[in-house]
Design a protein around this ligand. Sequence first.
Ligand code: CDP
Ligand code: MG
Length: 737
Amino acid sequence: KKRFSVTTQRYRDELQIHPQQAWEQNQLQKATLRFGSKDRKPTDYQFVFEGQIDFLKAAVMDTDGVSVKVDKQQPTSESSVKKSKLNEDRKDLPIYPYKDALLQAVQDHQVLIIVGETGSGKTTQIPQYLHEAGYTKNGGKIGCTQPRRVAAMRVAARVSHEMRVKLGHQVGYSIRFEDCTSEKTVLKYMTDGMLLREFLREPDLASYSVIMVDEAHERTLSTDVLFGLVKDVARARPDLKLLISSATLDAEKFSDYFDCAPIFKIPGRRFPIDIHHTKAPIADYVDAAVVTALQIHATQPQGDGDILIFLTGQEEIETAESIIKHRIKGLGTKIAELITCPIYANLPAELQAKIFEPTPEGARKVVLATNIAETSLTIDGIKYVIDTGFCKIMCYNPRTGTESLLVAPISKASANQRAGRSGRTGPGKCFRLYTAHSYMNDLEDNTIPEIQRTNLANVVLLLKSLGIKDLLNFDFMDRPPTEALLKALELLFALGALDEDGKLTKVGEKMAEFPLDPMLSKMIVASDKYKCSAEIISIAAMLSVGNSVFYRPKDRQVQADNAWMNFHIGNVGDHIALLKVYNSWKEINFSTQWCYENYIQVRSMKIARDIRDQLEGLLERVGIELNSNVNDLEVVKKSIISGFFPHAARLQKSGSYRTVKHPQTGHIHPSSGLSQVLPRWVVYHELVLTTKEYMRQVTELKPEWLVEVAPHYYQLKDVEDSSSKKMPRGIGLASYK
Ligand code: CDP
Ligand code: MG
């Protein structure tokens, strides 16, 4: 006779059948096996069902010759059942068998490089192990950095769930403009950029006992700079433990850099993966990805696994999502349900959680992700990966000082990581939307570290504020191009943040307090002089939420456009239009209805309000008075120019614009309120390269303001309008005949 020990009300009242039958009929989806794993059929394991403790009754029943004991002694409650389930899950992770060895290694060595395949449990488990082992006992925190905001938030949410604590209490996260931690926080997940900023307040990281620089293989700019800083701190603080964790196997480089630190390898479990390439190159990879996903869904057995598509960004993801939804309708009702789950950096938190929810019985999930799902986030249940072969990367041209977010081919290392996402829980399949030849010959082995292809102004300002004088000899793992470093120094000098000797000025000190791009910080610092800081921080906050303020539903484009034009009356320019949006919303008591009527995303507005509140706090910190000067738009524009004067551009005959120094051509983006106006002189916020080089967020200016605001940068001759200049008599074209 097999014995089941059942503790539940549900058994008595709802399940009129044998537990094993119930299990087989999926009526016990929420039941967990006390011993053994969820996938194993209940045999002689003890059952623990979810149920209320009040209802537990002792009884012994005989069903089909099997004795079922409902046991009241078993102290169980809903939460303890969930907890034990979570604990089982934690023990299933590849890292679990190495827990003790890992803790020993951390104890024996100050710096440790940890390598383990994505999903092995590095990010979620290691900080917990260390916490349990007492590394937070003496008040020290464990800090774990993530290159991506979404990853920091999700992982913290997951860990707080596993530890059964409220997010923001013992376990918290900190990302730019959002601090979800408290006095109690001992496990702190944060973006690498946030830890960088913490150096400003606490150069020796005294409040931490452990720093884990996670996802080190991503080699983001901030992570690379962190390497240099934490290496230094570790030398000065022998009590600090430093962990560098990475998903790729070439950890030797990290080890070499950190004075031959030992490498701890967590053997991964990877099932075989079938990789398919296309026979010929593909023109429209978004469409091809959708077609492939639908084919998989229609032809592969129902419920055998979910699909993960790698795309380059929000726009593509939204396009793909709407095509899938549209086409699935056309396939009729015979086809099983296909649930689309987008995930990208700007996706609101409440929607992010959706991708981690288990797929309902009989349905299939298709996750549409940027390369965030490559290594930072693990989604369970993926069996099929569709790899478009592209991602967005930031490219910087040190000659012109312009940055552009470009869609570029991924590296072989990325392609392999992407494929690997399909073979985590069983054999997987990866469909690459590029040819095998292209994989072999066109893809680079590794992505170039960000530090070698980005604008360094931000980082240079931060390092200068930390008192690092000689940047050219800073201990970088991979050196940035000297040209880019010099360019950054040059810009900071032009902005007045550095003096001629490269030392930080008072203005520079203030600028460094703002977690913003130096040009934006300068704009804010300058607003003090023009007595319009209230307006300028609203503009800075609105610019910081990105291009997601307005929306334009397909069926109401005309209405949406009309609504926006209201904010552009008088061709005030995009910066002022954003200010008007913010102020109008504030005047109407931050009304959601108002946003709705004006085709404005209330979510973005709320973020802008939060950012603005924080900027207001920082104003006080650096001693800038909050002044409003809403009726004088000229001073607002002058403040903007004080930060953005290098982005002043003059209209050409062709209808395009050209910057004055380091000539760079651009066009006003069609979404700008000035795209039809074409003023003679403009200042732009950013230049993006899509089909053309587009200037986004544009405001008209008077050229003499440039000379007034930045006399060290512009002279009258730079901004004089050659077209209006009279030609000296006799030197016309005719004289050359
Ligand atoms: O860092 P690493 O890639 O080694 O693994 P991890 O992020 O610690 O993830 C370990 C496991 O936790 C994954 O397999 C997921 O099943 C789970 N997890 C989750 O369910 N939800 C999250 N937000 C993060 C992780
Ligand atoms: Mg991880």
